[in-house]
Design a protein around this ligand. Structure first.
Ligand SMILES: Nc1ncnc2c1ncn2[C@@H]1O[C@H](COP(=O)(O)OP(=O)(O)O)[C@@H](O)[C@H]1O
Ligand SMILES: [Mg+2]
Length: 239
């Protein structure tokens, strides 16, 4: 049996001595797209940052494709184990798009062939970026900037892809583009954990859903069991 792409067991994580997450169990199987929902302050961002090693206080098991990373420093986790599209994207808006993409592959820079291959795969996924690759990232629309952020994540060749509210603050057309991009990644067989406020989008993009409430897992269910609009889910946990 192959290991889960991501496996959290009894995860506690937080700030100072305060546990935001208490005893969280969550798995992403290889090739699975998993949605993480929950009200503001539930600990969703903290969970993604804990996987990346960006939250200092964390205990329990955080395993990526069988490698325990709970004591691994963030810069090592970022070398191909996990990559995060943070909330708000955090691009270098004055820098060319291609430079923003290449930043994701810093640890691979000695392997020029691999870097070009990854760059080609990002341009194949988002052809619109190739035409504008020398323009500053800040000149793009919000949806295209999100494509750059997703592309930068892919450039590190990660085992598990983490996205924090990729649709937040985007216009409806851009949200559609981002959702399509994630669906394509899912079809490619990537392992994905995405935090999403829009329940309908999460149900459309994901195989399985977790609801986090008060730092604990309140629900874990197959997306198709939750209906198209997730009305009951919203009423019970998110309303
Ligand atoms: N850097 C931080 N220092 C202290 N507390 C924090 C920090 N970041 C988040 N928190 C607290 O942790 C809890 C969970 O936050 P967060 O993980 O951002 O939730 P979500 O992403 O689900 O909205 C909140 O109570 C928040 O105030
Ligand atoms: Mg958050």
């Amino acid at each position: 049996m192959s290991a889960n792409a991501l496996d959290l067991r009894g995860l506690r994580a937080g700030y100072g001595r305060y546990d935001v997450l208490r005893d969280v169990d969550l798995q992403v199987a290889p090739g699975e797209a998993v949605g993480l929902l929950g009200p503001n302050g539930a600990g969703k961002t903290t969970l993604l940052r804990a996987v990346m090693g960006l939250v200092k206080h964390r205990t329990g098991v955080i395993s990526i494709a069988g490698t325990d990373v709970v004591r691994m420093p963030a810069h090592k986790i970022a070398r191909g184990l996990a990559a995060l599209v943070p909330e708000g994207r955090r691009l270098f808006v004055d820098q060319p798009i291609e430079d923003n993409l290449l930043l994701g592959a810093l640890h691979l820079r000695r392997d020029k062939a691999r870097v070009s291959e990854l760059l080609e795969s990002v341009y194949a996924l988002f052809p619109v970026l190739r035409d504008v690759r020398n323009r500053p990232a800040g000149a793009l629309s919000g949806g295209q900037q999100q494509m750059v952020a997703i592309g930068r994540m892919l450039m590190s060749d990660p085992t598990v892809l983490l996205l924090d509210e990729p649709s937040l603050g985007l216009a409806p057309i851009a949200i559609g583009e981002v959702a399509e991009a994630l669906e394509r990644l899912r079809e490619e067989g990537r392992s994905i954990l995405v935090v999403e406020q829009r329940v309908d989008l999460a149900l459309r993009m994901c195989d399985r859903i977790y609801v986090l409430a008060g730092g604990e897992v309140a629900l874990e269910e197959q997306a198709r069991a939750l209906g198209e609009d997730g009305r009951a889910l919203i009423d019970a946990y998110l309303g």
